[in-house]
Ligand binder design. Structure first.
Ligand SMILES: Nc1nc2c(ncn2[C@@H]2O[C@H](COP(=O)(O)OP(=O)(O)O)[C@@H](O)[C@H]2O)c(=O)[nH]1
Ligand SMILES: Nc1ncnc2c1ncn2[C@@H]1O[C@H](COP(=O)(O)OP(=O)(O)O)[C@@H](O)[C@H]1O
Length: 206
């Protein structure tokens, strides 16, 4: 049977640096992950492009997708819907490519119940003040929204124990290296490259 890709799920509180780390990871030479573009009812931020950063849709369209089974998972996060289109993820995994999801914790746990052999990684800040500084520094949300997101962050960090790995985002380069190492290890653990690995070790010649 053709080998199926590995699903990698990255979560963490808003402002911890998920997008920054993911972009740096994708910029690395030789990476072969496919990024799943989420659907959301949130308004685009300046510079965000429909179909690249998110599929920006109305609440009605999102609810239609939910009702017709179009979402792998979805969650309401601070007044907006966010979700992962199911078909693209399945097709891409079936084609043997690894899929990378960057989603909040409730959605990640829904994915876990449907795709148990995914790799679940939680990106966490060095401390809460630093998290707040990053959100303020990014300058894309009002102070009210930032405070809501910080409140949500405590609940999210409590969910960290349901993940396979926790990675502290102190420096972007460090976090990228840690995530790359996790993915390398997981590729071996889930057996998908075991025949290649054994061959590399010389088993074929025994
Ligand atoms: N469950 C779920 N969460 C998502 C999805 N896409 C994005 N999110 C999460 O929704 C939260 C808010 O995203 P966003 O408004 O873009 O803010 P940002 O992550 O702080 O830049 C973040 O925790 C995202 O990781 C998705 O498809 N499903
Ligand atoms: N390791 C880091 N050290 C300092 N600042 C960071 C780090 N990682 C991300 N940032 C900054 O923090 C802000 C939030 O990062 P972002 O990637 O948008 O977070 P998220 O996608 O988790 O909401 C951005 O301004 C980004 O440049």
């Amino acid at each position: 049977m053709a080998k199926r890709g590995v699903l990698i799920v990255l979560s963490g509180p808003s402002g911890v640096g998920k997008g920054t780390v993911r972009k740096a990871l994708f910029d690395q030479p030789g990476n072969d992950f496919q990024y799943s573009i989420s659907m959301t009812t949130r308004a685009p931020r300046e510079g965000e492009v429909n179909g690249k950063d998110y599929f920006f849709v109305s609440k009605e369209e999102f609810e239609h997708q939910i009702q017709t089974g179009g979402m792998l998972e979805y969650a309401k996060y601070v007044d907006n819907y966010y979700g992962t289109p199911l078909k693209w993820v399945n097709d891409t995994l079936d084609s043997g490519k690894d899929v990378f999801l960057e989603i909040e914790v409730n959605g990640a746990m829904q994915v876990r119940s449907r795709i148990a052999d995914g790799v679940f990684i939680f990106l966490t800040p060095p401390d809460i003040m630093e998290l707040k500084n990053r959100l303020v520094g990014r300058g894309t949300e009002s102070m009210d929204v930032i405070n809501e997101r910080i409140k949500t962050a405590y609940d999210e960090i409590r969910m960290m124990q349901n993940y396979d790995y926790a990675v502290v985002n102190d420096e972007v380069d460090n976090a990228v290296e840690r995530i790359k190492e996790i993915i390398r290890t997981e590729h071996l653990r889930v057996n998908r490259v075991m025949p290649d690995y054994l061959e590399m070790l010389g088993e074929a010649n025994q």
